[in-house]
Design a binder for this molecule. Structure first.
Ligand SMILES: [Fe+2]
Ligand SMILES: [Fe+2]
Length: 493
């Protein structure tokens, strides 16, 4: 979309400020917005500023019926409580046709064979896409190649991929970054606020600073691609709701059958909120799998992989008919472990009713025009151990870090296996309206710069492995998001 937008404005002989580009890309129809704006002007201006395009919504609404102006978001509870309820009554979900589109997903498009050439191409793609995002930030608009910057005596901006991170014995943090031309060591001085700035391997960052006489770049600031600031929630027209589940782990001895009965009864019952739930997004680890970790068979109630999916299919079939279910795999499921993971194979899909739509992990899914980025969340294992202060109990912090890095799984070579596809599908290319994960068996709702964040709990009790590692899960919570306002609530069962 970025290229389409830039091509459109250049055809009209005008330029867009980087901030204006970001603002437009966050809109429902970026090209339509600019077109509507230009129609109101006798002559195309030399540069369109952020202010110009922010005014375009109002002008465009009068000028063009193609512009969809969305209602502003009601605030998402900053400290969500388990008893939170919706501010507005919901629509009857049963009266509606589903509106689901899978916008991005690897399924059927995997091309990689894992050769060295594949990896080179994969990282090159990651670098180029994320570099363009960093370059769109005001501070790095004039970024130089590292080879050129290292000869400069003035303040410089560079953008590179992190190749090494370490702490010196004096407490300075040093990381190496590289681009197509060269590599340079960046120093975050121990006595500056930057010393605590988390930097992880293989992410793409911008750095502003001065190169000292030893060829070390002394950083003044570190700039991430991030997502645009103030951004209203682009809601659906009606107050239909989406519920989120993850990590059901059917087939495990610790699967919480009684809690499942409760949530299943509630969804099928007469509660006003339950009746407004139109969509159920299930974000991976839907069964426990087999051979996922050593001696797993001792913890299985169902030892046959198809038996596990059949049991799940019966559970899903017992949910009310009005629900459309979107199901992704996770690291316990029967698809390739390397991310991006494709949707379940036909042999598994055919066990389920036709109200279940299968998608890859990650996927960008549109529900009634609201874009949901769903990702199981395996990379949290790597990010929690790489970033000081992050924890399994606070997955929403990790999700915010992913949005700032615009990448779901930046660290290569950790616990998250990554397939070197021709394009990096783990880049957060489009800013979603809702970002949902699972995997860590925690639960929470929050928001970051207008994006609703959901971590979707689990339906499995504490496992012996979690007990050994002192991980307390938060099972049997159901996050529900109103697709009109973005308001999220968390229900305990
Ligand atoms: Fe899990
Ligand atoms: Fe998982």
């Amino acid at each position: 979309m970025r290229e389409e937008l830039l091509a459109f404005v250049s055809r009209h002989g005008t330029l867009l400020e980087p901030d204006a580009v970001e603002f437009l890309l966050a809109q429902h129809d970026p090209v339509g917005c600019v077109e509507a704006l230009l129609e109101t002007r006798p002559e195309a201006p030399f540069v369109l500023t952020l202010r110009d395009v922010q005014g375009a919504g109002e002008i465009g609404r009068q000028a063009s019926t193609r512009l969809v102006v969305r209602p502003a978001a009601e605030p998402v509870s900053a400290s969500p409580s388990l008893t939170a309820s919706f501010a507005r009554a919901g629509e009857e979900a049963a009266d509606r046709e589903p509106d689901v589109r899978i916008l991005r997903d690897i399924t059927g498009r995997s091309t990689c064979e894992g050769t060295l050439a594949d990896f080179t191409r994969y990282f090159r793609h990651r670098f180029h896409v994320l570099r363009n995002m960093v370059r769109a930030r005001r501070e790095l608009g004039g970024a130089q190649d590292i080879a050129k910057a290292r000869r400069s005596t003035r303040e410089v901006g560079i953008i590179g991929m992190v190749a090494d991170v370490r702490t010196t014995k004096n407490g300075h943090r040093v990381f190496e970054i590289e681009d197509d031309t060269d590599q340079i060591a960046v120093l975050l001085p121990a006595d500056s606020a930057l010393a605590s700035e988390p930097v992880v391997m293989d992410e793409v960052v911008g750095v502003v600073g001065i190169v000292n006489d030893r060829g070390l770049l002394i950083a003044k600031s570190v700039v991430r691609p991030d997502i645009p600031t103030s951004r209203p929630f682009r809601g659906a027209r009606d107050h239909v709701r989406a519920a989120f589940m993850s990590d059901i782990h059917v087939g495990s001895r610790t699967f919480l059958e009684d809690k499942w009965s409760k949530v299943s009864d509630w969804l099928g019952g007469n509660d006003e909120v339950a009746r407004s739930v139109r969509y159920l997004i299930v974000i991976g680890d839907v069964v426990d799998g087999i051979g996922v970790y050593p001696r797993q068979d001792e913890e299985l109630a169902i030892e046959d992989i198809y038996g596990q999916y059949e049991a799940l299919a019966r559970m899903i079939a017992a949910l009310p008919d009005r629900l459309t279910v979107i199901m992704l795999p996770g690291n316990h499921d029967a698809v390739r472990p390397a991310e991006p993971q494709p949707a379940f194979p036909t042999s598994i899909q055919k066990l389920f009713d036709s109200n279940v739509i299968f998608a890859g992990n990650p996927s960008l899914v549109s529900l009634e025009g609201v874009r949901i980025l769903a990702y199981h969340g395996r990379s949290m294992d790597d990010l929690v151990s790489a970033i000081p202060g992050m924890s399994y109990q606070r997955p929403l912090d990790v999700m915010k870090a992913m949005l700032r890095m615009r990448h779901l799984a930046p660290i290569y070579g950790g616990k998250t296996p990554i397939a070197p596809e021709a394009e990096d599908h783990l880049i957060i290319a489009d800013v979603p309206d809702i970002f949902a994960t699972g995997h860590v068996h925690a639960a929470g709702i929050d928001q970051y710069r207008g994006v609703v964040l959901v971590n979707a709990s689990t339906w499995q009790a504490q496992t012996p492995y979690q007990k050994m590692r002192n991980i307390e899960p938060m099972p049997a919570r159901l996050p529900i998001v109103d697709l009109a306002t973005g308001q999220a609530v968390l229900r305990a069962f």
